[in-house]
Design a protein around this ligand. Structure first.
Ligand code: FES
Length: 65
């Protein structure tokens, strides 16, 4: 069970495949004051190509706040 929980919250998971951005990088960007898709995209280039990762990024933002 512990492994399962860790997998769900793995900071090394690739969230944005186009730009190879991990959950950890998105969380770090949020910590640095970027609170929405646009500013996170400007900061680390997440979600700036196909935008299919936007729902996942939104979820990370919501769970973080
Ligand atoms: S997967 Fe993030 S922009 Fe395509």
């Amino acid at each position: 069970m512990e492994g399962f929980t860790l997998a769900l919250n793995n900071h090394d998971d690739i969230i944005c495949n186009c730009m190879t951005i991990t959950r950890g990088e998105i969380l770090e960007s949020i910590s640095n004051g970027n609170k929405d898709i646009d500013t996170i995209g400007e900061d680390i280039d997440a979600g700036v190509i196909c935008e299919s990762c936007h729902d996942d990024i939104e979820q990370i933002i919501e769970n973080r706040n």
